[in-house]
Design a protein around this ligand. Structure first.
Ligand code: SAH
Length: 233
């Protein structure tokens, strides 16, 4: 079954962009997922197809009109989750990515200017998602990031079935570091245990390395990991 992505944007030419390449591009060609772009400008008002107006209450910038955005949503809405990309949203997590990948698809609403009139976000019960604590100039790159994370989890997209299991965040830990040939490079040897062939010892080393990296780099995640009752390294 095809995972269906709909994008509502003022910049249709930004899609599929990077998602036309590599794994995602192949999966798009295979119809593992599909992409439909709706140009919000098509629903703009008047001779100039106007989509925005000045903010009530004053302040800088322009706000996308609720009537225009609502008409664009109405053209594609169905039972799929409707997601508005916004820095005011809940942070995107691997857990939410997995849930989305298990569903029928998603409708992604990309803001521009100062954002979208809040009434249409509420009226359409859109889920507000942020990809991080920084401000992009539009929701398009955020939508591409979300889609990239989802698409690689769709059945058949990634090579080895298990490669998604051990990754950072699936266990509340960052991933262990990776090494490949040559075994000695620029005077640096790979950790000896990795060439030992002792799979139990390697698994234990990797777990300890993952826990150590998480403790130092992401104490917030490490606290969650310990609180989850998982074994301390
Ligand atoms: N004035 C807004 C920022 C608007 S940026 C504020 O301060 O909150 C314009 C658009 O870019 C937003 O409507 C949103 O769709 C998108 N955007 C910017 N940063 C984002 C982020 N971190 N995550 C998701 N979308 C983002």
């Amino acid at each position: 079954m095809t995972w269906r992505a709909d994008i509502l944007t003022l910049f249709p030419a930004m899609f599929p962009g990077p998602l036309g390449e590599s794994l995602a591009g192949k999966a798009l060609a295979d119809q593992t997922w599909s992409l439909k772009i709706t140009d919000i400008r098509d629903f703009g008002l008047g001779r100039h197809r106007s989509v925005d107006d000045t903010p009530f209450g004053g302040g800088a910038g322009m706000v996308m009109r609720p009537d225009v955005v609502d008409a664009a949503i109405g053209a594609v809405a169905d039972d799929r989750p409707l997601i508005m990309l916004t820095p005011r949203g809940a942070p995107l997590t691997q857990k939410r990515v997995r849930e989305l990948a298990a569903g029928p698809g998603a409708i992604l609403l990309c803001g521009r200017f100062e954002g979208i009139d809040q009434r249409v976000i509420e009226a359409r019960a859109a889920e507000e998602i942020s990809i991080g604590d920084y401000i992009l100039s539009g929701g398009e790159l955020a939508a591409l990031v979300l889609l990239d994370a989802v698409i690689r989890l769709l059945p058949g997209v990634m090579g080895a079935a298990e490669s998604a299991e051990e990754e950072s965040f699936s266990t509340l830990l960052l991933e262990y570091p990776h090494y490949t040939r040559p075994a000695v490079w620029a005077g640096r040897a790979v950790p000896e245990i990795l060439t030992s062939g002792n799979h139990r010892a390697i698994a234990a080393w990797r777990h300890a390395a993952a826990a150590q990296a998480t403790k130092i780099r992401r104490p917030d995640l490490y606290d969650q990991y310990i609180a989850s009752g998982a074994p301390a390294p």
